[in-house]
Design a protein around this ligand. Structure first.
Ligand code: CP3
Length: 354
């Protein structure tokens, strides 16, 4: 060591975590890898635990089961990040809206389509209902290796609003779009309600130990272009600035799925540290403002099928993004019939071990 240099400090915790380094704008020798929906029904060990809970919400709100399920893909595959096991619909549930997950049909909610229904929502039990999630975060943090980061998350207001207004998934969001166009005051009130709840939920996740956050705007691609700012950019910006005001060092990943031509403005205006890119968009050509990382974007179908096409695309993406702040992920979640061996192969490829 040269004289005069300070004695080596213990590296800041995040220097050991490649996910956090990339989200802070610093490329690492190889990109970190995690997958949206990395915990779930494609894993036999998930299905075994899922069978122990009486329903999906109870499963998410059981800290013991949720901790175990969060850790399963980290243990099995050596992911660089764990994502909290929960669901974006816990927010409407905690506001008192009726939410049920019906086997093979997806979520069903008591829809909110007028001011009276909106007024029924309540904060009274919000924090208490979600406190098991904070217990899960504490347990996961205590169990994770030093190199693995814990990502907390919530749905972005537009995407959560589509479920709250439609009462189900799998629609063309016709009612949500109709409300946004023809009852703008009511629509804004719904978005504002979700925005405020999301800020307090994510604040609590950070305080419990989440080291990065992702905002899932899975249905951003359904927003009519003239409404994109009010439905997506503005509420996202409000969430990001509220969180940054208190916790400036916690990186936030925004995932405006299928937002196409809006992605550059989203990256420039919302204040997020990283943007998740879907598989319909050329991630290698995405021009981000200085220091903003990108995450994505392998087609989940390539992971489902595996083989030579997957190998070629994974290697190509890693090579194209070398030297840039980048987080390897899919363009959307892991599909249910995906063989776990394909996930193992993917992680080995990204880590350069294959
Ligand atoms: O990524 C992870 O591994 C963390 C866990 C996670 C889940 N949902 C678990 C889950 C995350 C981050 C989510 C987010 C979520 N939930 C989104 C945004 C991401 C995306 O996929 O676009 C959305 C739209 C939802 C709403 C949701 N939850 C739907 C529409 C469904 C039913 C359809 C389906 O895939 O089953 C869920 C249920 C759900 N959320 C499951 C899991 C593992 C399956 C439930 C079960 O085991 O029965």
């Amino acid at each position: 060591m040269r004289t005069g240099t300070p004695s080596p400090q213990k590296p800041a915790r995040n220097l050991m975590k490649p996910l956090l380094q990339n989200l802070q704008g610093h490329a690492t020798a190889r990109p970190p890898v995690w997958l949206m929906r990395q915990a779930g029904r494609y894993l036999p060990e998930y299905r075994a635990l899922r069978a122990k809970a009486k329903n999906f919400i109870a499963f998410c709100l059981d800290p013991e089961l949720a901790t175990e399920v969060t850790l399963q893909p980290v243990r099995r595959f050596g992911m660089d990040a764990a994502i909290l096991f929960a669901d974006i619909l816990l927010v409407p549930h905690a506001l008192g809206q009726s939410v049920a997950f019906v086997e093979n049909e997806g979520p069903k909610l008591d829809p909110i389509r007028n001011a009276a229904a909106l007024a029924q929502l309540s904060d009274a039990r919000f924090a208490e209902t979600l406190s098991p999630v904070m217990q899960t975060i504490k347990r996961v943090r205590a169990a994770l290796p030093d190199t693995v980061a814990l990502i907390g998350f919530a749905g972005a207001p537009w995407t959560v609003a589509t479920y709250m207004i439609e009462g189900e998934g799998g629609t063309d969001y016709e009612r949500t779009r109709a409300m946004a166009w023809s009852e703008p005051a009511l629509f804004s009130a719904v978005i504002d309600r979700i925005t405020a709840a999301t800020i307090s939920y994510l604040m609590a996740q950070i305080e419990a130990g989440a080291e990065a956050l992702q905002l899932f705007d899975s249905w951003a691609g359904a927003v009519p272009a003239p409404l994109f700012d009010t439905a997506v950019i503005e509420p996202t910006k409000r969430i990001v600035s509220a969180l940054k005001a208190k916790h400036p060092a916690i990186p936030i990943i925004g995932f405006p799925r299928a937002a196409g031509s809006h992605v550059a403005r989203y990256a420039a205006l919302t204040g997020v540290d990283a943007v998740g890119i879907d598989h319909m968009t050329d991630l290698t050509a995405a021009v981000m403002p200085d220091g903003i990382a990108v995450q994505g974007n392998l087609d989940p179908v390539l992971l489902l099928h595996g083989g030579a096409a997957m190998e070629r695309e994974v290697r190509g993406l890693v090579a194209a993004m070398a030297g840039k702040p980048f987080v390897f992920n899919l363009g959307h979640g892991v599909m249910q019939p995906t063989p776990p061996e394909h996930v193992a192969r993917l992680v080995a490829l990204v880590k350069g071990a294959a």
